[in-house]
Design a protein around this ligand. Structure first.
Ligand SMILES: [Ca+2]
Ligand SMILES: [Ca+2]
Length: 251
């Protein structure tokens, strides 16, 4: 595997970038106000590209230019680059088998994924979430939590904002399962104040209609997503066995 590293270049640094680009690609110093991106080549998928389902296909002068363009588009999770015809093709998802591509000799495949995101977890670059929706078994809240924590940096998924919630809901809807899923968060210590596994308060709480009017909040200290109301939040007591969503937090 070859490691290909760069830092995101925002628009305000665009002119600087262009200038440096002309001087030398290999000696570039990238200015970043976001985070360092690591693109990794997976040679399993050499000589492949996609005929459908990609975000865009452009001409890029180099592999590096292709990776920068991909980095700047949050829809891009991986890219295919061909040095022969300078084709740069962005895809929102990571390949799982060579059967997903079509043969184009000379094309290289690069993806971004935190090193500690397990292969059976789904990584979403836009939201920086590495998650696994456990739909094979149901557990009570504490057992689900323990199960997710069996992997280093793992736990029930902490949903911090609307975009992350929307991504999770989209993934859940693919499963066509009308069942609740446990997520991270408990207000056991202080009623109404939900704390995440990192010890910080969860301020994004998209309650379903029931949770706002029922009278059982004192005894209901954990969160699940309610399938009957578009997977909005419901507070429950955690004893019922539900399916659950794990994440591994990037190191
Ligand atoms: Ca409560
Ligand atoms: Ca409730």
């Amino acid at each position: 595997m070859a490691i290909y590293s760069l830092k995101n270049v925002r628009n305000k640094f665009g002119n600087l970038f262009t200038l440096l680009w002309i001087i030398s690609e290999s000696n570039l110093i990238y200015t970043s106000e976001v985070r360092e991106m690591i693109w990794t080549q997976d040679e399993t998928y050499n000589n492949l590209t996609l005929s459908a389902g990609f975000v865009w296909q452009k001409t890029a002068r180099s592999r590096l230019k292709c990776s920068v363009t991909c980095t700047n588009d949050e829809r891009c999770g991986a890219f295919f680059f061909s040095d022969a015809d300078k084709s740069c093709l962005a895809t929102p998802f990571l390949l799982k088998s060579t059967g997903e591509g079509i043969t184009v000799i000379g094309t290289e495949y690069y993806f971004f994924r935190p090193a500690n995101c397990p292969v059976d977890y789904t990584y979403n670059r836009k939201n920086n979430l590495c998650v696994k929706i456990n739909n094979a078994e149901t557990l009570n809240f504490n057992d689900a939590k323990t199960e997710c924590e069996s992997i280093a940096n793992g736990g029930l998924v902490t949903i911090r904002n609307q975009n992350q919630h929307a991504f999770i809901v989209k993934e859940l809807k693919k499963l066509l399962l009308e069942e609740p899923f446990y997520i991270d968060g408990t207000d056991e210590a202080e009623e109404g104040k939900f704390i995440g596994k990192d010890g910080k308060e969860i301020t994004y709480l998209d309650w379903d209609s029931i949770s706002q009017i029922d009278m059982s909040h004192e005894a209901q200290d954990v969160l699940c997503l309610n399938p009957t109301e578009d997977f909005k939040y419901e507070d429950v007591d955690g004893t019922t066995t539900f399916r659950y969503i794990c994440e591994v937090v990037s190191k």
